[in-house]
Design a binder for this molecule. Sequence first.
Ligand SMILES: Cc1ncc(COP(=O)(O)O)c(C=O)c1O
Length: 381
Amino acid sequence: MIPFVDLKSQYAAIKHEVDAAIQGVLESCQFTLGSEVAAFEREFAAYCRSKHGIGVNSGTSALHLALLAAGVRAGDEVITVPFTFVATVAAIDYTGAKPVFVDIDPRTFTMNPEALESAITARTKAIIPVHLYGQPADMDPILEIARARGLIVIEDACQAHGAEYKGRRAGSLGDIGCFSFYPGKNLGAYGEGGMVVTDNDEYARMIRMLRDWGAEKKSQHVFKGYNYRMEGIQGSVLRVKLRHLEAWTAARRRAAARYDRLLAGSGVPTPEAMPYARHVYHIYAIRTARRQKLQEALQARDIQTGIHYPIPVHLLPAYADLGYRAGQFPHSERAAAEVLSLPMFAELTAEQCETVSCVVKGLAAESSACAGGTLKAAKER
Ligand SMILES: Cc1ncc(COP(=O)(O)O)c(C=O)c1O
């Protein structure tokens, strides 16, 4: 069996360190926030090359608080992409603001800066580019437009721990960066977790208060806040794992390069890493017009895959109230219909990559023989 993500072998490799860290929290009884969370905040902020890190209980909470700190309120508009995990849009909705979509660049699956300008209105307050799959969005043109229009840029870096754009770390590119430590992420907690990073002292102060009931000191509630605190055990586990992140990222990049080599010439479009990016391959998504067939062929050989994401957010029933229709964001819609995520984790072996690639290539060859048109279309894209 080749799993999509292999958390068990990761745990086996770091069991001693993780067990000792959790034991430390059990003994200190610092179960929410506390010294382990504070240390992890400092260490992860430094890793992102940001001044402040504020630990929270999920990536969704990180986005929600970043938006509130940026002053986003009901009646405002926030621009993002529809080809993302639903949480990006949910966080905007929590503030009462309206999510406004722009399409993606089909080569990178991230925000197309050229589509941005026409989506800006007098109500626009912020922009959330999503560094989908672990590759940063093309940030310079996005930041240039935002600066010219006085808009705040909040990075959804929930899939991009350690990713880089022109040598700068994801999370530190815009005004505020948001991370998720959901267990399957490149840096994953043993439960839920998230972090906001920023260089801005005032945003950091507000987010720190908002995550803990809006209180500056115990019982001094300055704002209407939330219970979004990070747990001590998660902070301790994440500190251990952060020490391994660079090695894990290097291993992911080697596995991605191996897939690239094995699938080259098969006619199956593989992910395009842009020259400006250090892609950290949270997801390795190929494109195929015969997705269901390929997924079934892989499943028949006990190879797990995923689809991130099958329905773009503007077409989800939950967000029908936004009033979008099919056909409005063709690149997002096409990506949603064609992407297939192959197994990707740091411990993935060369042999496992070969087994997966063999099945993918086998079906591609079969389809070129019996459905050449489909493959030709994929190649031309
Ligand atoms: C792009 C993106 N945004 C936001 C989130 C939300 O993070 P969480 O699940 O930690 O709330 C995720 C994580 O799944 C994500 O992948």
